[in-house]
Design a protein around this ligand. Sequence first.
Ligand SMILES: [Zn+2]
Length: 148
Amino acid sequence: MPDQDSCFVCRKHNGLEFVPGGAIYEDGLIFSGHSWSAEDQKTPYLGGFIVEPKRHIPTWAELNDEEAERIGIVIRDVSRALKATVDAEHIYVFVLGHHVPHLHVWVVPRYPGTPREYWGLEVFEWPDRPTGGQKEVEVLCEKMRSFL
Ligand SMILES: [Zn+2]
């Protein structure tokens, strides 16, 4: 299908897009890996993970029962792994989907010491936020995999 051929998320699941660290979790229905896009390749927010259904569907509303159950469990497990690996004081889970019409759920740690004005979606704007390049992302993904 044309949609899936051009969809970044589908292409990633099919090994056609490079993502540092690869999958930290993958089964027949769900994929999870570190966030990575052309615009943040230099300094991604370290620990910003994405959980996606493998099926090309745009929103939470199109999940079938089995996918909804699995994605909930994987989001919980990624959240637990983040608390254990990066000492997250809080975990945000959100869906925006403004750029890619394939459901992708953000699971994002808030780091200790994050000023109150940078809570929520603003964590990405905090000047002192932990960031990392390809190497740091790969090291973190390896740690996360040991908890999943
Ligand atoms: Zn897709």
